[in-house]
Design a binder for this molecule. Sequence first.
Ligand code: ZN
Length: 241
Amino acid sequence: MKETLLSLLKLAEIDGRINKLKDEQDEIPRQVKDDSQDIITRQDLIEKTSRDITEKELTKKTLTDFIQEKNQWVTSREDLVKDIKTNKEYQAALKEVATAKKEIKDKETALQGLVPDLEAKVTELAKIKDENTPIIDTLKSKILQYKLRFEDLKLELAKTRQERSEAKKNITNKDILNYYEKIHTRIEPAIAKVDNNCICTECGTHLLPQTYNLVAVGKEIQTCNGCKRIIYIEEILAEAG
Ligand SMILES: [Zn+2]
């Protein structure tokens, strides 16, 4: 029984490694998703601020063009006013010029409000880029590392599973092996150490003294009546022979 238990312990050790590899592998898609989302959020912020600036620049250009054109119009209109013959026409022309000047004034006021806004946005964008661009680069390289690690894990898992198949061959008692496999699908590890106080170290169940004695004698495989794991006593297994 001692040989079988030692082989089962070896199997449990391999299963422990397989589980760790699988856990790490399972974790990677979630991490990639989180980091990708983080990149998108940061890129969106940069893009949104850039769009704000483009819109404000467009508005600024529209206002500036309007003011320029209107000023030219006013100048030419004022030149013409001098040559007007009738008072009625003169009054109408003056009114037109006054309306145009009022429009210019309004647009200038709008422009005055817009320019500091635009400057603030440009400063904000530079700051956002400074803060986020290095983080985005780091996240991108992290994702690349995750993908490489994922491929490594696939190979490592395949290798470890092969090792497991080999280790199984050392267990000639197929009933015990099948029992181990059954427990293994439910609970990890599938084998539990019993301490000097007759307690299963995995589930804490206090074992009957006779069960402990049977394990100590090592004639047959015993299981914990709490967690159903195959149990062993470390000191007995460590003894020579
Ligand atoms: Zn137990």
